[in-house]
Design a protein around this ligand. Structure first.
Ligand code: UD1
Length: 429
């Protein structure tokens, strides 16, 4: 398995291009199942999760090409892809494909809406808590689907099609909001989703669905109203910049010091995280080409953070922020409210010399003057990258083992960081 070797201690200076958002690209790709026309998506990041989803969509019969060519002919940064679900040949999403990535479960929404049936394996994905699917089941049932769980699969059917309804999410869920928005687009009549997720990725999906002919209002607020339509057409749509990648590199700069322009990044996608970072002592400015992050001379100040659904501080930046706080001048508390088991990076950060104690869902971090390089193990996607940025700031050499998690969510990580002066390389197994 590949490893990443880092020699820490260098400031980051220069520019980092921000890729298209993985968490926006995945639901947008799944939306291709709603139409027999071609959906063209621009700025799709080149990531293992995207590749995995193309395999899952391919299994349903979706034809996939990159810039008009087959995928294997293209390598590199975010690309334009074409997806055509003219012929859906299979409404089953099998275990061996779905178990590798939780978001692939979301095909259940478009399949039940367009094909009136779906058989989808219960999901896998990052090991960060139990991550049930009860909200998907309840929500689709509210739209008239019949659902059963049988031998690890959800069997869904709606022989007469879905029917619009009012559904109040008992808990904010990004995935269930995506799925119900897609399903309701092809339901008969009006659907009102309350306590919906307000994440920018939900807005990006709603904009695309509206270009395809859907009638969705209110995305980005907690009440989304959808008037069902008979069919959807193709469209061309752009994936928003990755706010988690943006926040991750911003935290890396805050940690190592330096001056980096995050090209293409959008402040409005992560205002809370940026304001926390400036409280911690980073200088953040919005420029025409992106967001500039600087930290020169002054130390890192401790800041308490609680993760929340958007527009709160994102859980997907919690591990990285904890990395930053390990070198703060004092004590900070980080509380995780979204996932119950998202502190696996704590013991690995401790290997680098961090002082962190855990009590329930709160981590208390006592900043240390220096971290020292060590061998660490990547556990989930965001935890892995927190170890990378801690390694960049640590004295000496850090090796991050099991980096396949990083490839799921960070496009050309080593290249982007070494372009700014980091000493980082991949050691292939
Ligand atoms: C998405 C993101 C993930 C991010 C998360 C929260 C993608 C591909 N992934 O994941 O990076 O960390 O949002 O911002 O976009 N829940 C239930 N029942 C359900 C569904 C969810 O209890 O049926 C719970 C989850 O266990 C979790 C909480 O709701 O505690 C939020 O999860 P959710 O917003 O659904 O996360 P994902 O959409 O899976």
């Amino acid at each position: 398995m590949d490893r990443i070797r880092i020699v820490g201690g260098n400031e980051l200076n220069g520019r980092i291009p921000i890729s298209g958002a993985k968490n926006a690209a995945l639901p947008l790709m799944i939306a291709a199942l709603l139409t027999d026309d071609t959906l063209t998506l621009e700025n799709v990041p080149h990531l293992a999760d995207v590749e995995q989803l193309t395999r899952i969509l391919g299994n349903h019969g979706v034809d996939y090409s990159v810039n008009g060519r087959r995928e294997s002919q293209q390598e590199g940064y975010s690309r334009t892809i074409n997806l055509s679900a003219r012929n859906i040949v299979d409404t089953t999403a099998p275990y061996d494909l779905v178990s590798k990535m939780r978001a692939s479960f979301w095909v259940i929404g478009p399949l039940i809406a367009r094909m009136r049936e779906a058989r989808v394996s219960l999901p896998g994905g990052c090991a960060i808590g139990t991550r049930p699917v009860d909200l998907f089941i309840d929500g689709l049932q509210a739209l008239g689907a019949e659902l059963d769980v049988d031998r690890g699969y959800i069997i869904a059917s709606a022989p007469k099609g879905l029917v619009g309804n009012r559904y109040v999410f008992p808990k904010v869920s990004v995935g269930a909001t995506h799925v119900l928005m897609m399903a309701a687009s092809l339901a008969r009549g009006e659907t009102v989703l309350e306590n919906a997720a307000r994440e920018p990725e939900v807005v990006n999906l709603a904009d695309c669905l509206n270009k395809m002919g859907a009638r969705i209002e209110g995305a980005g607020t907690s009440t989304i109203v959808i008037q069902g339509v008979e069919g959807l057409s193709g469209a061309r749509h752009r994936v928003i910049p990755d706010r988690i990648e943006t926040g991750t590199y911003a935290m890396a700069v805050a940690m190592t010091g330096g001056d980096v322009l995050l090209e293409g990044a959008r402040t409005d996608l992560l205002e809370t995280a940026l304001s926390v970072l400036s409280d911690a002592g980073a200088e953040i400015s919005t420029e025409q080409r992106g967001i500039r992050v600087k930290r020169n001379g002054n130390g890192i100040k401790p800041v308490d953070v609680t993760t929340e659904p958007f527009p709160g501080f994102p859980t997907d930046l919690q591990a990285q922020f904890m990395g930053l706080m390990t070198m703060a001048q004092g004590r900070s508390q980080i509380t995780e409210t979204i996932f119950e088991n998202r502190f696996m990076h704590v013991q690995e950060l401790a290997r680098l010399g961090a002082h962190i104690s855990l009590s329930g869902q709160t981590a208390t971090v006592d900043g240390v003057a220096t971290l020292k390089g060590a061998q660490v193990m990547a556990t989930d996607l965001r935890a892995s990258v927190s170890l990378v940025i801690a390694g960049l700031a640590a004295e000496g050499e850090t090796t991050v083992n099991r980096v396949y998690h990083l490839d799921r969510g960070f496009e050309r990580l080593e290249e982007k960081l070494s372009g700014c002066g980091a000493v980082i390389e991949r050691i292939s197994a």
